[in-house]
Design a protein around this ligand. Structure first.
Ligand code: ADE
Length: 231
């Protein structure tokens, strides 16, 4: 998969893809990520990319021309399955959206800043608008990093043990069960006996029950969508 990201502050995206799982995915050629500096595409003096909003009001708006040039330049090199604008008024991101996006070949993500981007860019180029939650962050970069990470880890081969993405929280509308590692006795706090039993069937059953219990307590709204196993 190829992910291109257009940003006014590309420095914000230097680290999130340079370590751990995403770094390995890129090194293995499973994922290619390119961050593009919006200022490289502006025709205006002093590399200007934003201006005051028509009609007045606080904040600045990213101008349409630099964004259009960046998008069209990238489109001339490949076809994008989706052109995604990260914005708090977009559709709220969830695991189902991550699953769907992980099946695509090429995504173009556009990060807004300040008061956002000129509406005409949204109308003319953007195919999908995503919010990472009901709060406002300073720009789309961290949101783009969240979406990229959630999508990339689902690409086959990115995680060593492919089943581990399938057992993630939310994948089956359940939260994950608690996990433990050594020592079995940490300052008097013991690991549940069953996890030391070696009985894989019983352990799987225990984990499922704990996942159900945790979901019931913390996110009962998810349970309506979880399919109980047939007995
Ligand atoms: N930009 C600012 N806030 C955002 C949010 N919650 N989701 C996506 N992009 C954003």
């Amino acid at each position: 998969m190829r992910i291109d990201i257009i940003s006014a502050v590309p420095q914000l995206l230097e680290s999130p893809f340079a370590h751990s799982i995403l770094k390995r995915a890129r090194e293995r050629g499973l994922l290619e990520i390119q961050v593009h500096n919006l200022r490289d595409y502006t025709p205006y003096a002093h590399k200007q990319i934003d201006d005051y909003p028509y009609g007045g009001g606080a904040g600045m708006v990213l101008m349409p021309e630099p964004l259009a040039r960046a998008i069209e330049h990238l489109q001339s090199q490949r076809t994008y399955d989706e052109i995604i604008y990260l914005t708090p008024d977009g559709q709220t991101f969830d695991q189902a959206m991550a699953n769907r996006l992980s099946l695509k070949n090429a995504l173009l993500l556009i990060c807004g800043h300040y008061k956002g981007i000129d509406e005409r860019i949204r109308e003319k180029y953007v195919t999908q608008e995503i919010s990472i939650g009901d709060y406002v962050i300073s720009g789309g970069e961290l949101a783009a990093a969240v979406v990229t990470d959630a999508v990339a880890r689902l690409i086959p081969g990115v995680l060593n043990d492919e089943t581990s993405a399938l057992s993630d929280s939310f994948q089956d509308h359940l939260l994950s069960p608690p996990v433990y590692t050594r020592p079995a006795d940490f300052r008097g706090l013991k690991v549940p006996e069953i996890l030391l039993s070696g009985d894989h069937e019983k352990i799987a059953q225990w984990r499922y029950e704990k996942a159900l219990e945790r979901t019931r307590l913390r996110r009962p709204d998810l349970l309506n969508r979880h399919h109980l196993p047939e007995k």
